[in-house]
Design a protein around this ligand. Sequence first.
Ligand code: ASP
Length: 323
Amino acid sequence: MQAFKSNIIEANEVTILLHGGVGRIHKEAISPETEQQYQEAIIHALTEGQKIISCSGKSIDAVEAVIRILEDCPLFNAGKGAVYANNEMIELDAAIMDGKTLNAGAVAGVRTVKNPISAARKIIDNSPHVMLVGSGADEFAKGNGIEIVDQSYFKVKDRWQQIIKLKEETENNTDLFSKQPPTKLGTVGCVAIDEAGGLAAGTSTGGMLNKKFGRVGDTPIIGAGTYANKICAVSCTGHGEYFIRHAVAHDICAMIEYKSIRVSVAVKEMIEEKLTNAGGVGGLIAMDANGNIAVNYNTEGMFYGYIKKDGTITVNICNMIIE
Ligand code: ASP
């Protein structure tokens, strides 16, 4: 995918900010009904998250609740509706982090967990670890009361057709992923702040279409696709390998701390300079400890939505490709 000029968006007094991935724009390919469905899912997630915050709940609880709703929505590349790996399996990655305590939980390559974000959360609550992968993560989730489903649960027709078509077109070329940048994304992420000023971040994804079996992207890697501390909370989306190499999520927080710059300045520098110059494609959402937010991406579009303290909601859904 070609990288485009970045698009910085700023706002303040925000309590919850979410994204639904970056991608190519084919606005005309989105029916009004589909657009409506995206909008409803985003508004529903923000509203449910806000209920938690406004009852003095913790930001990490709001982040988990928001992401669960998006994982359950087949429109996004997370939970139900995730993209297929080259071996025609769905392997899910997710991470969640509490900025106040630096507690973090992550799962990678899970195949049976209905809501990977909740498995990640359970790692914080019920284990001494930060990340579990593969069957160990599936087993941990099961043993800790997380809902387990068959692979068939995740399957949606469009996603299945994507992988079949792609493999036919490329004569089953298993090398394709390294040569082909992402075109069909839809990862979900969320950052939030609670009444006590605590920040949290979370991200959940099926990864990249046609990824190699066993490939782990940036999403579950603390500091790459997901990070939160007392200063800032970040969730990323895009070509994960670049976000890992540049430790993007942590670097945003470090820039703000070490250079005493605003969140929007750090986000702009990251997307417009570091990531774009490296050839990386994607975007991110970030929130500082005062509820100032920045959204930026160097793709044609990014889905995002946010809710302010006063309950007003802003949603951007026009920029997602559906093929
Ligand atoms: N960053 C994710 C990954 O590389 C994909 C995405 O955000 O769409 O796995």
